[in-house]
Design a protein around this ligand. Structure first.
Ligand code: NAD
Length: 463
């Protein structure tokens, strides 16, 4: 497979989008059996090319095969199975809830209509999971879909195109390859929904571009996810789980913690446990391990380098880097302020800044000050500590006593600055449909309904 990704010529983009829109308007994707066939074909296209997915993830990110099979190909295949198993149940008309007796005869129900022709823009870090995940839901819900993978994972983007072209009806589902100019050309089109995964700055660009057409948007963004470690936490559990959160995909994970607020009493034990866990995970060091990714490109490597160059904190573990390989060792740093360069922006890399705090109240107040609405929150401590943290914070999701984990079929999405809208599991279907209320008033109701017609004189008292 070549290194360069072939971008879609910009003068073809409008025609490709129009073709997908036309297919929707011809109702090609309305039939549920058609959707199921597409999903099954996509399943087999991925299954038959799984080795290419693994290879592409290795080339783009040096992603370990284990991580690709669990969090990319395996994840997507499971998602398709889950969706195809449940689709007949999900598409069924719903009985309208909480209906007043006087409207019951109108047979009120809610139909799940597809939205139309939709756009999915993917991120680089889990290129398959985060691009194809939303696509599965969009197909299931009966939309036609235009897919823009991240150009920053070019081999993965090429394999995404390959499996889509092998598996799916090209008149309904198409891949546009490109970077900013191609994405801008896509954003100039009219969409029925845009689903974007990426950074908050680009998220703002997407929302602005959608506004003139009143296009609804899902923004799956990142942010400054805190871990709060109280004096009642288990230091070994904290270290192993937090290290996992920052060594998986070399920390290029939107749900991984960005900083740890650790009760000062516990800091020495937590640091010792991090060192032990690092030796356990990578007995020969991360650089020589087959289980450790590389930073996606030079731009991100340099960004991370300047974060660590500018820290005022003390490096307690790791700290080595290799520019040629874009290798950054998992690095534990004790910082003294949330204004440190490691805490003021999402690292999206393998840095683990620890800030000692005096008590839980201070931790909560600091976490709310850095970003009051992160994507994830990771409280470690007693049940009472955790309830206190939950009651005094906000976040997209929470994993208590764990890192980064999000169960694949639970709704997943941000709140406030970490975005809006959610998908996965049943939510992946719901996010792509319009819940269309339908009533049917029988003609025999006319005698009752006639009360609504003018003249109104004397009628109000009958209500
Ligand atoms: P990014 O925002 O740089 O890129 C995402 C997509 O936007 C790419 O397809 C890219 O081509 C496109 N894009 C970039 N600049 C654009 C512009 N000016 N106009 C139009 N389109 C543009 O994000 P990334 O580097 O791929 O991913 C890192 C960020 O994404 C982090 O902030 C991370 O937290 C977040 N993220 C969030 C989730 C989530 O599910 N919430 C998942 C993964 C990553």
């Amino acid at each position: 497979m070549g290194l360069d990704l072939e971008f879609t010529p910009q003068d073809q983009i409008q025609a490709r989008v129009s073709a997908a829109r036309k297919s929707f308007l011809e109702h090609k994707t309305r039939d549920v059996e058609f959707r199921l066939v597409q999903l099954r074909k996509l399943y087999w296209a991925i299954k038959d090319h799984e080795h290419e997915l693994v290879e592409a993830c290795t080339q783009d990110l040096n992603k370990p095969q284990f991580e690709t099979e669990v969090a990319e190909s395996g994840w997507i295949l499971n998602d398709i199975v889950f969706t195809t198993r449940n689709l007949h149940k999900w598409v069924k008309d719903e009985k309208a809830p909480d209906i007043d007796l006087s409207f019951k005869f109108m047979n009120p129900k809610i139909r799940k209509d597809p939205l139309g022709c939709v756009l999915v823009i993917g991120a680089f870090n889990f290129p398959f999971q985060l691009t194809l995940g939303p696509v599965i839901g969009a197909i299931a819900a009966g939309n036609t879909v235009v897919i823009k993978p991240s150009e920053n994972a070019p081999r993965c983007a090429a394999v995404i195109q390959k499996v889509i072209e092998i598996g799916l009806d090209p008149s309904c589902y198409t891949v546009i390859q490109g970077a900013v100019p191609e994405t801008q050309a896509l954003l100039a089109e009219r969409w029925d929904k845009i689903f974007f995964t990426g950074g908050a700055n680009v998220g703002r660009i997407i929302a602005k571009a959608a506004a003139p057409h009143l296009t609804p948007v899902v923004l799956e963004l990142g942010g400054m996810n805190p871990a709060i470690v109280t004096k009642n936490a288990n230091p070994r559990l904290v270290a192993r789980r937090m290290l996992w959160g920052k060594t998986m995909n070399a920390g290029q994970v939107c749900t991984s913690q960005n900083y740890l607020l650790v009760d000062r009493q516990l800091v020495p034990q937590v640091v010792e446990e991090f060192k032990k866990a690092y030796k356990e995970f990578f007995p020969k060091g991360a650089k020589d391990s087959p289980d450790y990714s590389r930073i996606i490109n030079d731009g991100h490597y340099q960004r991370l380098k300047s974060m660590i160059d500018n820290t005022k904190g003390k490096i307690l573990m790791g700290g080595t880097m290799d520019e040629k390989e874009r290798f950054i060792e998992p690095t534990l740093v004790q910082v003294e302020s949330v204004d440190d360069s490691l805490c003021t922006q999402e690292s999206f890399g393998p840095f683990i800044p620890i800030l000692p705090v005096e008590n839980l109240d201070e931790a909560i107040s600091l976490a709310n000050g850095v970003q009051s609405t992160p994507l994830g929150l990771y409280p470690f401590g007693s049940k009472t500590d955790i309830e206190k943290i939950l009651a005094n914070t906000r976040s997209g999701g929470v994993s208590c006593n764990d890192a980064a984990l999000h169960i694949p079929t639970l709704p997943f999405g941000g709140v406030g600055e970490s975005g809006y809208g959610a998908y996965r599991g049943r939510a992946s279907f719901d996010v792509w449909v319009h819940r269309r209320p339908i009533t049917a008033s029988p003609s025999w109701l006319e005698s009752i309904l006639s009360i609504r017609y003018p003249p109104y004189a004397g009628k109000l008292s009958k209500f």
